[in-house]
Design a protein around this ligand. Sequence first.
Ligand code: FES
Length: 565
Amino acid sequence: MSGTITITFEGEPVEAREGESLAAALTAHGIDAFRTTRCEAERGLFCGMGVCQDCLVEVDGKPNQRACMTRVDRPLSVRREAHARPLAPAMQGQPPATIGDVEVQMPEILVIGAGPGGLSAAIAARRAGAQVLVVDERSQPGGQYFKQLSVGAEAGPPPDRQHREGAALIEEARSLGVELRSGVTVWGAFEPNEFAATAAGRPLRLLPKAAIVATGAYERGWPVPGWTLPGVMTTGAAQTLWRTARRLPGRRVLIAGNGPLNLQLAAELIEGGAEVPAVVEAAPRPGLARLGALLAMARSSPRLIRDGLRYHAARRSGGAAMVHGMVVAGIEKTPAGLQVRLAPAAGTGAERRYEVDAVCLGYGFEPSNELLRALGCGHDFDPVRRQLVTRRDARGLTDMAGVYALGDCTGLGGARAALAEGTIVGLAAAAALGHAAPAGSRAASRRAGRDLARHRDFQKALWSLYAAPAYSSKLATADTLICRCEEVSFGQIEEALGEEMELIGAVKRRTRVGMGRCQGRYCAPVLDALLAERFGRPRDEFSGFAPRIPVKPVAIGDLAGPGAG
Ligand code: FES
């Protein structure tokens, strides 16, 4: 049984559960504004997975710490991060690190990302005899899909099947001798066998013989008025609160977006005691014409269909309405909380409003392909799923020698497909390094191939069922922020486009869009779509901003000192 730890926020005591994230502890105590921006706007938890950089706080005097990635393991003194606050000197008089102080690890195979695909690949490669290191930015392995409870059993319901399946995978990797390192942020990829990272505030060089990139995906932005308000977060962030810390994002929560994850979240939050007035789905209500897709899904994965039915039953029993064909068109702060305005996804029709204290937005995902793109791996734009897809062969090898990629970072395919792909890629990477195929590996590879095909069929049918109109800039007003980080509004971008700036780089230089801490992860896809729409250009492999090193913000102090040892 884990205990409680008293932390302070702006000098006031807050009872936290040992092991939970700082974001979870603060949210549970009704604190939703974690920082203020240059424009004096309040921001709070948004992505919940270390991408958006909106939940920055000062922890024990150290500025710019992500509350969602900070584990409460001791009494912490936390302050709201203010944009204008002077930064503490990074080095504080200590000698800087030299290259000789930097920790170096030289695994045979480096797997970046400890989600389903990364773990599965590590297990397969290890079984073949390779020495494998898996690094992940989170405090625990499992990724988004298999995230594990981080607090004691007394905090809420026991782990469910998804937790247990993830725990078994993690245990299998450990027992085989895979080295799992959590809390490692890989921020640079310089050539196929050189990666730069930080771990526990120190630099780390990773020099593998082969690399498997399995960095997953993050939720797409939905730039409408009010989407940056505290209390508005992604579906994944709310799910992380519940599935890791048994905390709720609010008492009354509206869930809106596109895809089945929103439904799962509704079932989970209702289980946790939240009131969910509605689940708002952008896709139209499936009619008889979609029966074929449903049958294809049932054939490919009856278990996932059963899960879906279970989530619907939980939603109904919790009194949450299912609203189809509508999207969030605006969110306003009111004295009582947040007022959400829904508009028809097709553009015309009556609006609806809900009063809630938290809003979860889950409008699909973007692949986390920054490291792959930084390495120079080729990508193609998929106009159907509106995402970049990594060029790979059937074994997951990219067009860079020694660099493999799998799972959602290569194009969205879901956790089940990533698990199957992991086996194929892990075996291939080990074989390429000269490890003989272990007994049973051919059968395992064939089975994984069949599973992969099945889950790809499932995903295809699923997204035909959930086909919905793309984000439209008609949802933005002149003041709506397109770039959360640099606070660049739709009006400012419109102005730049009016000056015939056709290239994303020109708009970036003119407005600072994409120059913020998230490195354009949220604003680039929106800006790209706006440019394609305005100038009638197809989106292609050069979509978005070129990834820049560091692909994740890294403190100078963490790179330069104090020296190790
Ligand atoms: S939203 Fe982060 S840089 Fe634009």
